[in-house]
Each structure stands twice: as structure tokens, then as C-alpha cells.
Design a protein around this ligand. Structure first.
Ligand code: SAH
Ligand code: DHB
Ligand code: MG
Length: 224
């Protein structure tokens, strides 16, 4: 997927990200190794930031999850944060199209000691979703952006009342609010928000984010 062309940034965002991470996050060899091995293998540097990983962990933990679904594994960085939020005996299924990404993720997830809880399904997420059995307590959607509307529909189908669904990259440096945008990711997210706003099964919000990954945002939904 192509990144947005113009870089919106402010040095304070990175400084605050680094400051808060230094204050709040403890050194974590498994997460550091996941980042390093993903970079060494040439995976794109598009995983969530450390503070975003902790944020996802907090949200997931609040649902007392016995089952988590992730769409878009990459090197397993967000997967590790989420797997650590599972209740004892809980399971996480993560869907990844690229075999190479899945192989790197497998190593990173096993090294983090959560491999027994995590299943990686390789292939197009849209093909795997119909074979899954819910309910999932928490869902993180972070794969190909144009298909987000379909992934969200599946997430709702596989959910229960109270399930929390988080969607990454909905703001795209503000492109979501630009009706003239040609960026396929932003167009995908505009279509997703159109559908979500009409969907009486869910309450949804968007929270804009700045920091180590520039200007973007999450959608967060809960099943009524
Ligand atoms: N959640 C990860 C980042 C995921 S990046 C993290 O924060 O650590 C997006 C991933 O989605 C990439 O690995 C990409 O290969 C994968 N992807 C793209 N299209 C896909 C599809 N159709 N089905 C499943 N995965 C897909
Ligand atoms: C891209 C994908 C992501 O999931 C992300 O968080 C940032 C960028 C991309 O494909 O450009
Ligand atoms: Mg993302």
C-alpha cells in the first residue's frame, strides 16, 4: 500500500512519544527482538508504536478476552501485545497474506513465549474469515485498507455484545476528511465510516493520534 505523499509532523509529537514511553514502558527483550528481526528481514516499518501497542493491550484486557482476532500480522509486534492480554487459556487468531511476514511473526511470537496461544493463518483474510468460529471478545483490523468495510462486517458477525473492535489507520494524515482524496487507503476508510455510521449494531468513535508514526488515528467500536 502506498504511503500518503506529504509528511505532516511536529517534533513535539515524537518527543512526547519518547518521553511517555520512557516513563511508562519497561524494557522488553521480546518486543525489541520482534522489531529488530522484522527490520532485518526487510518488512515495512508499519507496526503500531510501543505506546499504541500498550494502548491496544489495555483496551483488549478490559474485555477479559478469551478469544482475540487480528487481521494483518506483519512481524507479530501488535500480536504479542494482544496475546499478552488474553485470559488464561485464551486464544488469538491472526490473519496474514504474506508467507514471509507470517514466518517472521511466528519466530517473534514464539520468542515472546505466547506461541502456544497464537495461530497464524496464511492467506487472504477475506478467504479465512468465513471459516472462523466466534465469538471474539476483541478484534484488531490492520491489513489492506480498501477491504476494511468487509473486515468490519465479519468482525461484527463474529462478535458478541460488548466486543470491542479497533481499526488502525483511519485518519491517514487527515485524508479521511478530504472528499477529493485519491488515496486508496483513505477512500477505503471513508467507505468504512459511511457504513459504520449507519450500522445500528455498534457504537463507534474515531480518535486521532500523533507521535512516532505521524498523524493518523484509530476507529474504536463496541457491539451493543
Ligand atoms: N498489525 C501489525 C501491522 C500490520 S501491517 C502491527 O501493528 O504490528 C499490515 C499487514 O497486513 C501486512 O503484513 C500485510 O502483508 C497484511 N495484509 C495485506 N493484505 C492482506 C490481506 N488481504 N489479507 C491478510 N493480510 C493482509
Ligand atoms: C501502512 C499500513 C499500516 O497498517 C500502517 O499502520 C501504516 C502504513 C501502509 O500500508 O502504508
Ligand atoms: Mg496499521
Amino acid at each position: 500500500m502506498s504511503a500518503p505523499a506529504k509528511q505532516i509532523d511536529d517534533p513535539r509529537w515524537t518527543r512526547v512519544d519518547e518521553y511517555a514511553a520512557r516513563k511508562l514502558l519497561t524494557a522488553d527483550a521480546a518486543l525489541d527482538a520482534a522489531v529488530a528481526s522484522s527490520e532485518a528481514a526487510g518488512l515495512p516499518p508499519i507496526s503500531v508504536t510501543p505506546l499504541q501497542g500498550a494502548f491496544l493491550h489495555v483496551l483488549a484486557r478490559a474485555t477479559k478476552p478469551r478469544a482475540i482476532l487480528e487481521i494483518g500480522t506483519l512481524g507479530g509486534y501488535s500480536t504479542i501485545w494482544l496475546a499478552r492480554a488474553l485470559e488464561p487459556g485464551g486464544r488469538l487468531i491472526t490473519l496474514e497474506y504474506e508467507r514471509k511476514h507470517a514466518e517472521i511473526a511466528r519466530q517473534n511470537i514464539d520468542r515472546a513465549g505466547v506461541g502456544d496461544r497464537v495461530e497464524i493463518k496464511v492467506g487472504k483474510a477475506i478467504d479465512a474469515l468465513p471459516s472462523l468460529t466466534g465469538p471474539f471478545d476483541f478484534v484488531f483490523i490492520d491489513a489492506d485498507k480498501p477491504t476494511t468495510t468487509e473486515y468490519f462486517e465479519w468482525a461484527v458477525k463474529l462478535a458478541r455484545s460488548g466486543t470491542v473492535i479497533v481499526v488502525d489507520n483511519v485518519v491517514r494524515e487527515g485524508a479521511i476528511a478530504d472528499e477529493k482524496t485519491n488515496e486508496e487507503g483513505a477512500l477505503g476508510m471513508r467507505r468504512f465510516l459511511d457504513a459504520a455510521g449507519r450500522d445500528l449494531r455498534v457504537t463507534v468513535s474515531v480518535i486521532q493520534t500523533v507521535g512516532g508514526k505521524g498523524y493518523d488515528g484509530f476507529a474504536i467500536a463496541i457491539l451493543r
